[in-house]
Design a binder for this molecule. Sequence first.
Ligand SMILES: *Cc1c(COP(=O)(O)O)cnc(C)c1O
Length: 404
Amino acid sequence: MDHFSSAIEIVRTLMPDVPIAANRPHLAKRAANWFVNNFGGQVLYAVKANPSPWVLEALWSGGIRHFDVASLNEIIQVRSQFTDAILAFMHPVKNRNAIHKAYFEHGCRIFSIDSDAELNKVLAATDNAKDLTLMIRLSVSNSSASLPLDNKFGVSERDAIELLRRARSVTREDLGICFHVGSQCMDPSAYVAAMDLAKNIIHKASVVIDIIDVGGGFPVNYRGMTPPDMSLYMAAIAEKFETMPVLENCELWCEPGRALVAEATSIITRVELRKGNVLFINDGAYGNLFDATHVRWPFEVKHLRIGDPSSSTFSTFKIFGPTCDSIDALETEYFLPSDIMEGDYIEFQMLGAYGVTMATKFNGFGETIEVIADDAPHVSMYSVQAPTQPTHKSKQRAEKYDQQ
Ligand SMILES: *Cc1c(COP(=O)(O)O)cnc(C)c1O
């Protein structure tokens, strides 16, 4: 990838016809570092947020060694980059062949389940392996999430008890509880409430639990969606963990996707036509702007122009993407210089997560040029370093797996 100092330098040098993904590996590394130092346990990266090789490399250099994968292709990719990575197959509905290959060919030992049928499948596909780490996925409230993910996965409180007991009886290795509070979770107390539910279930099931995995959902600072400080999430989780009915050696895990990578990429688009206060740009719903269109989130934008300075007055614009589909539209208003015109560029920030990875080739669009940039978005969850906490419990597992 070509390397530039800033977004404007990219535009000046390339004057690109297709969208540019301006990648900042240093910001993914910074976020990884922050999580590794401030989360009091093991940090797994949820690969689906952005599986690009440069992202995995940056996170690895920031200290991430554990990867939450959901498909055989994600497993193959992570394994091809890191032979020592620890893989956790955290999708509660897996293909049998994928389970088999994950276990026998790629050294995956950690599997998430939320039903008896899936447990049967995992046992059968691994020839009744006794060294599985089984993670029971609970159904929890997603009411604090900007992007709820509930109603699809997770076992109910009632059924969790039997499933935990059965899982405990079939593995000699670890048994864990996991959940997902929903993506872009705006309230640390959502994690606390889910942990309280887990606590209740552990009491009722009276089984030994080796891992509490609080999942993903950690937020990003999008326009008009400023979350509480990330250190408050860490503190709330650490405090609740101390009260869990588990042994001293129980591990605490989390699986951030969005929070580790969103800040690391911006998308630079070009204005192809202006019609009054409507702009048509070269990226949208079927390209890299999924959350800006389908989920209707307002993204922070920066106007980029080479040559004459833009006007100092701003107006409200509606923006359409390039395809012929009318849902290819950014539903929120964007404030841009009043004299914006064809050939100007608009940079959308915070698109490292669920951005490039969502793009399709629909209507012949979807080509994106990837480059590296050194600059940073104007806000960050990680620009202030919080005091570091030791991550004692997680270290042991990494060493344990490394020896195999
Ligand atoms: C998507 C997903 C994550 C990551 O969620 P974010 O909201 O991006 O942090 C973590 N765990 C599981 C099981 C997921 O499906």
